[in-house]
Design a protein around this ligand. Structure first.
Ligand code: GDP
Length: 229
């Protein structure tokens, strides 16, 4: 059953770790190649144009943060991480994408371990106002990661590399195959075996155009983010 959204809003384009939400609300991270359809997926999930989509890839170097409040569920953040793998971006841009992504996961998955860059950028320094704990002592808000891959191109080297890296974080991981509406029947039949071969993982085919897979996606979101469940 589709969820009735109470509100979905853009919060911030984070360029430094100090811009990441600090309220402890559950977070779901979206990762994928530039132009894979992450923004369209967010908009389709919340049924409003909260995320900016584009036919020209490769411009986003920020973590775009959205706050979603579903009816009957707990509010949570979607962390739309910088797209990777856009050839036109050049080596420097690729490095910038990877650096911010690594910083994000660094702040969310390694309690007690502080990378030098995080100290200088101020994320982990200081103590909380309510006690003597640094932020790194608090439970991580990161509940799950969604790796989005283009359903027409399962198993690209950059996606496999991203999958391995993300899998090693030990956080629940969903493989979403975007633009499923573009598949022919025969391509559709090949998607699952191709993903199992490349990632060892079942894909969830989704489409921002037809709505395919969005109910299942919402079920996963709810299971990950409901704090009262
Ligand atoms: P992002 O860079 O990952 O945020 O990708 P966008 O959401 O901006 O989408 C990139 C392009 O793919 C745009 O031209 C979208 O219209 C198109 N697109 C995204 N999702 C779908 C989908 O489910 N089906 C189809 N047919 N096109 C899509």
């Amino acid at each position: 059953m589709p969820r009735k959204i109470i509100s979905a809003e853009f919060v911030v384009s984070a360029v430094l770790p100090r811009d990441f939400p600090a309220d402890g609300r559950p977070e779901v991270a979206l990762v994928g190649r530039s132009n894979v359809g992450k923004s369209s997926l967010i908009n389709a999930l919340v049924r409003s144009a909260v995320a900016r989509t584009s036919a020209s890839p490769g411009k986003t170097r920020q973590v775009n943060v959205y706050r979603i409040a579903p009816a009957g569920g707990s509010p949570f953040h979607v962390m739309d991480l910088p797209g990777y793998g856009h050839a036109g971006g050049g080596v420097k841009a690729q490095g910038e994408f990877a650096a911010l992504t690594a910083l994000y996961f660094g702040t969310r998955t390694t309690p007690g371990r502080i990378a030098p860059g995080q100290i200088t950028s101020g994320v982990m320094s200081g103590t909380s106002r309510t006690g003597n704990h640094s932020r790194s002592d608090l439970p991580s808000p990161l509940r799950a990661v969604v790796l989005t891959v283009d359903a027409r191109h399962p198993g690209l080297a950059s996606d496999i590399e991203a999958y391995r890296w993300l899998h090693a974080l030990g956080v629940p991981l969903l493989l979403a195959a975007t633009k499923a509406d573009k598949l022919s029947q025969s391509e559709k039949a090949k998607l699952r075996p191709a993903c199992l071969r490349a990632f060892g993982e079942e894909p969830l085919p989704v489409s921002a155009i037809t709505g395919e897979g969005l109910d299942e996606f919402w079920q996963a979101l709810r299971a990950w983010t409901d704090v009262r469940a």
